[in-house]
Structure formats: structure tokens, C-alpha cells
Design a protein around this ligand. Structure first.
Ligand code: CP
Ligand code: NVA
Length: 305
């Protein structure tokens, strides 16, 4: 019998109210300050996070594992090929067993329906650590970074350049929740999810040309042209996306105090020029660090009453 509907999960940004998201971002900033000042803050003693990875990760794994340790809990790192899941045990059975033993679960997988099925059968909260559809944890970090470096993002213009992929979908949800305008420059056939575009249409529009989309923008964002699972399409994608690159010329179209963000890993010379990634407008290293702080706030939000 599915029990997950009674639980609070974090599968997409639209699962949580705009107020709760803003509170989480602010809490991320507080937790960052506590860590900077060397104050131990163990709000999750004896809590255990199980992390299931069906794709590679550097930031997501380290930030969740370190975050749980810093909050006084622990994390278990699992990959599907080291689990019975990889030998065909159903996700529903895996969910019922794991959620009877730990307090919270994070999953990184391909098909979004898999994490939805897990959540449906889980007795504990489930966090989306990236699926083919979305990457909401990254948006917590990105929104924290903008708030720290430039203040409130509401009413600002954000430009997405490149593939209408999982990150782009989550940016559309963020535009809706944090009330900014998102301009998306992507090639035809590589648009974000149509249903989501309809839902968030008041805040998002497709503007094909990168330089036009970047005009007056407060934040320019991109991501790899070849997401995990698309390795076989690499050379075709590199040709299709060749004009969807964040270059100094694109950044010149944006506001003079515009920031550049990228969830990383970045491919220099492909979706972003080295000069932009390493330049003064780039917020990518703070953005990456903020995965830790923002997700600690998320863990508290899901686990502390
Ligand atoms: N940005 C991000 O999710 O990075 P990892 O793939 O390294 O976790
Ligand atoms: N769109 C990328 C994000 C990696 C963090 C991917 O899915 O591979």
C-alpha cells in the first residue's frame, strides 16, 4: 500500500510553496554563516540519509554526505549496480525496505517516473538529486547565490542559453516561484518540457537568439550540451549547439552587473568560454559551494518539525 502521498517530498520546486523556498534559501545563508564562524550546528543527530546514484556525481554526493555529517547525522552512498535494484529488484520493494531503515532518501536517476514511484512507496521524505526531467537542489543553491551576491531576484531577467534540459526545466519552475522572467535561447527541437512551459508561461518565453535573449539580463545561465545518458549523441549535439555558447559577446548584451552561473561540470570552449567561466561575472564557485548550505537547509526543512 503506497504511503508516500502522506510524506513531504522534494521532487520539484513546484512541490513546495514559494514562501517555504524563500525561507530555505535564507536558512542556507544562516547555516553558511554558522559554518564560517566555526559554530557546530547538529540539528539532525542520529538521522540517516540513504543516497542512491544511477548517474555520476561530484557536487551532489559530497554536499549531501558532508552536510549530513555537519548536522550530526550520517549518509549511506549507494549505486544501483551495487544494489539488488541493479539486478531487477522492483523500485517499489526497494523503497519500502530502505525507507523502513533510514530517515530520508536522495535519488539521482534517469527517468523521473522512477523517483515518483519510489516516493509513492516511501515512508520517509524523498529528495530529487537530479533526473532527466529536473534538478531542483541545484536551483536552491543558485537562488541562494543570487540573493547573496545581488539581492532579491524577483522582477529580474534571467537568460538560459543552450539545451532545454533538466536544469532549464528547473529554472522555469524557479522563475514561477521566485517571480523572475526567464528568456530561453535554445535550438528548435531542444525546447524545455512543453507542459511546464504552459504552466509557467507567465514567467518564461523562448527567444531563440542567445544575444537577443541576453539583452539587459541580470543573470545568464547555461549547462552542458550533452547531459548524462546522452553520450551517444555527443558529436551531433556539438554541431547543433555550436551557436548556443556563453561568450564575452553574449555577456556584453547583459546588464553590466549581470552574473554568470553554471551548475557544473563545465566544458570550456563548448557551452561556455573559459574567459566567462573564470571571469569577474562568474559566480560558479560560490554557486557550487552553496549546494552544501542550501541542501542542509532542505534536510532540516524535511526532517525537523
Ligand atoms: N551540479 C551537479 O549536480 O553536479 P554533480 O553532477 O557533480 O553532482
Ligand atoms: N544537465 C546535466 C546536469 C549535470 C549536473 C546532466 O543531466 O547531466
Amino acid at each position: 500500500m503506497p504511503v508516500g502521498a502522506l510524506q513531504r517530498h522534494f521532487l520539484n520546486l513546484l512541490d513546495v510553496s514559494a514562501d517555504d523556498l524563500r525561507q530555505m534559501i535564507k536558512r542556507g545563508i544562516e547555516l553558511k554563516q554558522l559554518r564560517r564562524s566555526g559554530v557546530a550546528h547538529e540539528s539532525l543527530p542520529h538521522k540517516t540519509l540513504a543516497m542512491i546514484f544511477e548517474k555520476s556525481s561530484t557536487r551532489t554526493r559530497v554536499s549531501f554526505e558532508a552536510g549530513m555529517a555537519q548536522l550530526g547525522g550520517s549518509a549511506i552512498f549507494l549505486t544501483s549496480d551495487m544494489m539488488q535494484l541493479g539486478r531487477g529488484e522492483p523500485i517499489e520493494d526497494t523503497a519500502r525496505v530502505i525507507s523502513s531503515m533510514v530517515d530520508i532518501v536522495m535519488i539521482r536517476t534517469h527517468d523521473h517516473s522512477k523517483i515518483e514511484r519510489f516516493a509513492e512507496y516511501s515512508k520517509v521524505p524523498v529528495i530529487n538529486g537530479l533526473t532527466d526531467l529536473s534538478h531542483p537542489c541545484q536551483l536552491l543553491a543558485d537562488m541562494q547565490t543570487y540573493l547573496e551576491e545581488r539581492g532579491d531576484i524577483s522582477g529580474k531577467i534571467v537568460t538560459w542559453i543552450g539545451d532545454g534540459n533538466n536544469m532549464c526545466n528547473s529554472y522555469m519552475e524557479a522563475a514561477y516561484q521566485f517571480d523572475f522572467q526567464l528568456k530561453i535561447a535554445c535550438p528548435e527541437g531542444y525546447e524545455p518540457q512543453a507542459e511546464l512551459l504552459k504552466k509557467t508561461g507567465s514567467h518564461c518565453e523562448i527567444v531563440r537568439d542567445p544575444e537577443v535573449a541576453a539583452k539587459g539580463s541580470d543573470l545568464v545561465v547555461t549547462d552542458t550540451w550533452v547531459s548524462m545518458g546522452q553520450e551517444g549523441e555527443k558529436s551531433g549535439r556539438q554541431a547543433i549547439f555550436a551557436d548556443y555558447k556563453v561568450t564575452p559577446q553574449v555577456m556584453e548584451q547583459a546588464a553590466s552587473d549581470a552574473l554568470f552561473m553554471h551548475c557544473l561540470p563545465a566544458y570550456r570552449g563548448m557551452e561556455v568560454d573559459e574567459n566567462v567561466l573564470e571571469g569577474p561575472q562568474s559566480a560558479v564557485w560560490n554557486e557550487a559551494e552553496n549546494r552544501l548550505h542550501a541542501q542542509k537547509a532542505l534536510l532540516e526543512y524535511l526532517l525537523v518539525d
